[in-house]
Design a protein around this ligand. Structure first.
Ligand code: CA
Length: 256
């Protein structure tokens, strides 16, 4: 397996260096940043949310509170942080009554964002149907009350893997993540972690190369997960195996 990774890395580096040596076209003037700007340690914070599950005294439960989606802690196999199981809403979402949260970045600065990654994994097993399913990503470049523009929607896989969604770079001061369904639970919707990445203008060739290599590392981790869980490399691009109507994927901002 190590050998396969090494070959893959070598191929990726060659491709990357060739790509950097080639003059960038207008479409390549942005690279995806390697810093998760939603992470609390990087200044990301939740400014508002629909609900979080409460204990019998009406108090938030630490292990299931909303801030767990940006704490960088994850559930993977036997690695289960005792103080962070993910976020659990207080009710199941519906298209008419979604569960949601609004994110802002360090110093409430507007960022040019282009990638969101969802990790659906929480301390509850996927078999009980609480993990997030259908989602919408909306952005506001002005206030936390909008106006909102939807930049992406889609459906997550009910699999223990982080799932990546890219969209054209868009200015974002506040990001509203809405979940309109879980897998089948009538109680809650849950999410383990969300990551947000910026589109960065690339000018300097060395900076560009470093960014590409950092992105390749992410791709390599994704490849490792795809092998480990026997999943396609970009599982979110695979149509769900269901006869239900699938929400269309929006690639252009749509005024709300
Ligand atoms: Ca987390």
């Amino acid at each position: 397996m190590l050998k396969r990774y090494a070959v893959l890395v070598a191929q990726m580096i060659v491709v990357s260096v060739v790509a950097v040596a080639t003059p960038a076209s207008a479409a390549e003037e942005f690279a995806v940043g390697a810093t998760n700007v939603a992470l609390a340690a990087n200044g990301g914070h939740i400014v508002e949310f629909s609900s979080q599950v409460l204990d019998e005294n009406g108090k938030p439960i630490t292990q299931w509170q909303i801030n767990n989606v940006i704490d960088g802690k994850r559930i993977r196999g036997s690695d289960r942080p005792r103080d962070s199981y993910g976020w659990s809403s207080a009710a199941a979402p519906t298209p008419a009554k979604p569960q949601w949260f609004i994110l802002a970045f360090k110093d409430e600065r507007t960022r040019l964002v282009t990638r969101v990654r969802f990790d659906p994994v929480t301390d509850d097993p996927l078999e009980i149907g609480r993990w997030a399913r259908d989602f919408e990503i909306h952005v506001s470049s002005t206030t936390r009350d909008g106006p909102w523009a939807m930049v992406q929607n889609g459906r997550l896989l009910n699999k223990p893997i982080t799932q990546t969604f890219d969209f054209p770079p868009v200015e974002c001061r506040y990001m509203k993540i809405m979940f309109t369904s879980n897998w089948f639970s009538d109680q809650f919707v849950e999410l383990g972690e969300i990551e947000v990445y910026e589109a960065l203008a690339t000018g300097d060739t060395l900076d560009q190369l470093i960014l590409r290599l950092e992105n390749l590392l992410q791709d390599l981790k994704r490849y490792r997960d795809s092998v480990r869980y026997n999943q396609p490399l970009r599982p979110e691009l695979t149509p769900p195996a269901t006869t239900e109507a699938t929400p269309t994927t929006t690639t252009q901002p749509t005024p709300q």
